[in-house]
Design a protein around this ligand. Structure first.
Ligand code: MTE
Ligand code: MO
Length: 379
């Protein structure tokens, strides 16, 4: 997969890493609408983009299932065998807004192995596929009583500490029990799933961090314990803020699965000068994982003392598994530097930590504190 193809398919992404290719969505394209165009959707890879022959492709399902199977794409896409569905899902990389954690304590985080994402490692698409639950039931006759987790293995390989691994992650079986939450998908926004996004087949795990939505999936194993693969066991861990480079052990962290509530101000841009006549318009996104929808978005012009709630009419519709884009015109009299911030409340009444340091994680995942920008107001 060449750099030339990346530029052709994703000409507008902010290219963060050349290999493995990682790129994030630009601000104007984030705000384009509820659905992110395939061309503009961010890309997060751990290794190369595998080339898979659709005709030869088989999905193998094994482990603690009643009968292991091997399915072709034709089998999977046959509506007489498996019922299909379409789900609107926001995929958010748990590294979104990592740059704020890097700036808070430069050099303290595990940034060498991670892309310095800003606010654009998030996007929303309509995925078509079959619920994994139905495939397990109809093709494998169900799972065995000891199965607690499902492991997904991707065809891409990945280097870590001198060894080569396939990308492998797992989710608890109970997550798979909801039909519309875990899909085996081959279509994105009405178009064939692009190669970069996992063609011919990927998982879409709604409400969980992007990492669980395994691309190029070719093997699924029903397991008693979570996947032992390094991506599951050693990455995407949440540590207490006392833990850093010097004392981190994998056993100190817990696995990040559901995405917490978070939001970002996308317009105006941090450190910009704004000439206005008493009102400044703010725009951004707000999302919560785990099937919680965004209930309320509040913004503050003074670093978090006074808060204004965004009008429900100024937000895209409520959704179990997708973000809401929002906008608000704030009355501003002051001249000079202002600190704008945003905080969101979800349908479980969760809200965001106040400062980056309130939820520091040396692994640099889940920067969900109130997003803050400074702008210079000229009234
Ligand atoms: N699946 C495989 N096989 N390999 C990967 O590197 N990256 C994961 C996930 N699935 C990854 C993968 C991560 S960390 C994220 S955030 C999402 O894919 C990103 O999905 P996207 O590239 O389609 O936006
Ligand atoms: Mo990610």
């Amino acid at each position: 997969y060449s750099w030339k193809t990346v530029l052709k398919e994703k000409p507008d992404l902010i290219h963060l890493l050349d290999f493995p290719y990682n790129g994030e969505t630009r601000r104007d394209q984030l705000l384009q609408g509820k659905i992110t165009d395939n061309k503009y959707h961010f890309v997060r890879n751990h290794g190369g983009v595998p080339d898979i022959d659709e005709d030869l492709f088989r999905l193998e399902i094994g482990g603690l299932v009643k009968s292991p199977v091997s399915l072709s794409l034709k089998d999977l896409k046959d509506p007489k065998k498996f019922p299909q569905c379409e789900v609107t899902v926001t995929l958010q990389c748990s590294g979104t807004r990592r740059i704020e954690q890097i700036r808070e304590y430069p050099g303290d985080g595990d940034e060498l192995i991670n892309a310095p994402w800003g606010e654009g490692a998030i996007g929303t698409a309509v995925y078509r596929g079959v619920p994994l639950k139905k495939v397990l039931k109809k093709a494998c006759g169900g799972i065995l009583p000891d199965c607690q987790h499902l492991e997904f293995i991707g065809a891409d390989t990945y280097f870590k500490k001198g060894d080569v691994f396939n990308y492998a992650v797992s989710v608890p079986y109970r997550k798979v029990r909801a039909n519309e939450e875990v899909l085996l998908a081959w279509e994105m926004n009405g178009k064939p799933l692009p190669k970069m996004h996992g063609a011919p087949l990927r998982l879409v795990v709604a409400g969980y961090i992007g990492a669980r939505s395994c691309k190029w999936v070719y093997q699924i194993n029903a397991l008693a314990e979570p996947s032992m693969g390094p991506v599951q066991a050693q990455e995407y861990l949440y540590y207490t803020s006392q833990i850093g480079k010097q004392n981190a052990k994998y056993s100190n962290g817990f696995s990040i699965q559901q995405m917490p509530v978070s939001s970002a101000i996308i317009s105006p841009v941090d450190k910009s000068i704004i000439t206005h006549d008493g009102f400044i318009e703010l725009k951004g996104w707000a999302y919560s994982g785990g099937g919680n929808w965004v209930e309320r978005v509040e913004v503050s012009p003074d670093g978090g003392h006074v808060w204004y709630a965004v009008d429900q009419d100024e937000m895209t519709e409520k959704h179990y598994h997708a973000w809401r884009l929002w906008k608000i015109k704030l009355p501003v009299d002051a001249e000079g530097w202002l600190e704008f911030c945003v905080r969101t409340w979800d349908s479980s009444n969760n809200t965001e930590p106040t400062f980056v340091r309130s939820a520091w994680n040396w692994d640099l995942h889940v920067t969900s504190s109130c997003h803050r920008i400074k702008v210079y107001s000229v009234n």
